[in-house]
Design a protein around this ligand. Sequence first.
Ligand code: PLP
Ligand code: MN
Length: 374
Amino acid sequence: MPQCPAARIGDKRDDIDTPALVVDLDALEANIAYMAEFAAASGVRLRPHAKTHKCSAIARLQIEAGAVGVCCQKVGEAEAMANGGVSDVLVTNEVVGARKLERLAALSKRITVAVCADNAENVDALDAAAAKYDTVLSVLVEVDVGAGRCGVRPGEEALDLARRINSAPNLRFGGIQAYHGPAQHVRSHEERALTIAKGGDALRHTLELLKADGLECDIVGGAGTGSYAFEAASGLWNELQVGSYVFMDHDYALNLDASGGPVDTFRHSLTIKTTVMSTPSPTLVATDAGLKAYTTDCGLPALVDRPHGSIFKAADEHTMISFSEPEVRPALGEALYLIPGHCDPTVNLHDWIIGVRDDRVECLWPVDARGAVF
Ligand code: PLP
Ligand code: MN
């Protein structure tokens, strides 16, 4: 059962209970608008990834701003997005197992759904599930453009699988999925560009083979917050699947731009509000948010507007912060804000996103795909 939200609409920011996931709505809207305008100016479609926010209210804002739909990673996320009013979802992932395939086929009767595959046996199972539900599923071939995760090899392997999809009676060949995860967090701008360019060469060859075979790609999808500009400029990809840009976590802020400075295109809209619950020494505090309020897979969170404080430990329900002088140490009960290291798994720890503007709670959004891990 979801917990009650830590605030009510109209509350002052100061009155939000903690720990809580707080989104600055001006920053969120600026990020959404920037990416929508960028995609439009680049002549590519935008299909933001809902794995980041798991929140249909945010998906709807992205779509209102011009996105063609959203991406999901799991069938359960896709179902939650459909329940929240999203009508076009690409599952950018392989879906394996009869139960999940049947749910996917059933969902395709309600909304536009596409899914990825990298295996002939899985293609046959997708076809069987679609036949059972008397539907046609759109299937993209996932190609490994260097990420070393899922995907067939570019070239002939991709062509073979595309042909198999194309000849399956209840499937439609939907295009190519080509996402390079590790490239997103390569710090140097030049190296990120080179990594995507290398993947682009393999993709170009694959697209040529498909074309020569008469196989049209509706979607050529990929790109994340670290690399989208390169995919958009390549002339190969036609859909951007950016996710984290909407919140901008601390890890992404460590990427460098072309001039060698930190990337500052997007604002940090997502924070954890936490309260000082103990002052064990004149320069130390313990706050009430810990590993159950944010994840540390990409490092400790960053502390907002407290240049003299340094987070040094995250425990289950505590964050330990040291301050350079007793004079700058916050007092018991004071609020601090943390920027999570990695936004996606952090959001998945919360039932509610509390939207704030001008120091007032403006909206409470359920994280309606929270826990949709299957
Ligand atoms: N597309 C796919 C397939 C992903 O797995 C991800 C994130 O992991 C994204 C897009 C979004 O990337 P980012 O959050 O880096 O913008
Ligand atoms: Mn992520």
